[in-house]
Write a protein that binds this ligand. Structure first.
Ligand SMILES: Nc1nc2c(ncn2[C@@H]2O[C@H](COP(=O)(O)OP(=O)(O)OP(=O)(O)O)[C@@H](O)[C@H]2O)c(=O)[nH]1
Ligand SMILES: [Mg+2]
Length: 321
């Protein structure tokens, strides 16, 4: 089991892992440092301890089913390996997290781009961080030398267009808009026509925030998705649901419904830095089957990281191991 310790040692030196560590401070302090207390050296293993662990993980929003099966595994390990000291459970927990989430598969978190014009569509409920995330993604793609254009598909909210425009200026991206109140599908249609003529590599399409239970707004989103697909084969290359990490389990029901309407290709978990319940990333993967591709760790253009399960688990448990 030295594997985990070695891995954490090497992560300590990595700058990217440090970003997770810093970004996930709240989750770590509120939840995982309490785990540290529970698993003190010499503490006996009792049924009460299992229940406390269960409660802690549920508080971290890891999802009830996930937590119950994890703790059941702990109980079994204790029985089979005749473990007496709670301290020994630390590595078992982290190792089990790895087994469950890293598995053997390699999860591709890179944004899928095609050789020609690619379209990335950003969807989600109100205020989750869609527009800001587009700014961050533009920053990332610009650094890779891509010619990026932002499309102001939020024609509904006052200030929605201008907020995106500011991000386009900040990141040196092109910008496409139509007057407030325009049909968002027609904005996408015109933007694609423009992009085809101007050698754009990637379109980042903003949409208005919408609650998943508003039927007509969800239908509108379905239409946006279809129009994009009709104009460019294989587009949108990515339909990304932006979730606010601070809203916890509610994000799971949002994901299910958005997935039905637009066939999500990934989730971007914004505001992971602002929550004490950072376990949600684990629940999304397990219950929705759509990968978390990126996480937002702050409000600035550079505060976006590709989701890396190893670094994420390090961010959660680095004080415990
Ligand atoms: N701390 C933190 N704040 C974030 C992050 N992402 C977005 N925000 C903040 O969240 C607030 C809402 O972000 P927006 O990008 O406007 O959200 P939106 O989904 O476009 O909102 P609507 O268009 O109104 O639906 C802003 O104050 C952002 O600065 C993040 O990763 N961390
Ligand atoms: Mg917005």
């Amino acid at each position: 089991m030295g594997f985990i310790k070695n891995l954490f040692q090497s992560k300590k030196q990595k700058q990217r892992a440090q970003k997770y560590r810093i970004g996930m401070e709240k989750t770590r302090e509120n939840v995982f440092n309490r785990l540290d207390e529970l698993l003190k050296s010499g503490a006996p293993i009792t049924e009460e301890l299992f229940e406390d662990i269960e409660e802690l993980f549920i508080t971290a929003d890891m999802g009830v089913d996930v937590v119950l099966s994890l703790v059941e595994h702990l109980r079994n390990s204790v029985r089979v390996q005749d473990i007496q000291d709670a301290h020994e459970l630390r590595e078992i927990i982290v190792e089990e997290m790895f087994k469950r989430y890293v598995k053997d598969e390699i999860v591709d978190t890179n944004l899928k781009l095609s050789d020609g014009l690619s379209v990335l569509l950003f969807v989600g409920v109100n205020g989750v961080g869609k527009t800001t995330t587009i700014g961050k993604v533009a920053h990332l793609l610009q650094k890779k030398g891509k010619k990026v254009m932002m499309v102001a598909g939020d024609t509904f909210r006052a200030g929605g267009i201008n907020q995106l425009k500011i991000w386009s200026e900040r990141t040196g991206s092109e910008f496409f808009e139509k007057p407030k109140g325009s049909d968002p599908s027609s904005v996408m249609y015109d933007a694609i026509a423009y992009a085809k003529q101007h050698d754009i590599d990637v379109l980042l399409c903003d949409t208005a925030g919408r609650l998943q239970n508003k039927k007509h707004l969800m239908e509108e989103l379905g239409k946006i998705h279809r129009v994009i697909g009709r104009e460019i084969e294989g587009a949108p290359q990515e339909t990304l649901l932006v979730l606010d990490a601070t809203t916890g389990q509610n994000g799971l029901s949002q994901a299910k419904i958005f997935n039905e309407v637009t066939h999500l290709t990934g989730v971007i978990l914004a505001k992971l830095d602002g929550t004490a319940k950072g376990g949600i990333a684990l629940a999304i993967r397990e219950t929705i089957g759509v990968p978390v591709k990126m996480v937002g760790l702050g409000e600035k253009a550079e505060d976006l990281e590709y989701f890396d399960i190893e670094e994420y688990i390090y961010g959660l448990f680095s004080d415990v191991i």
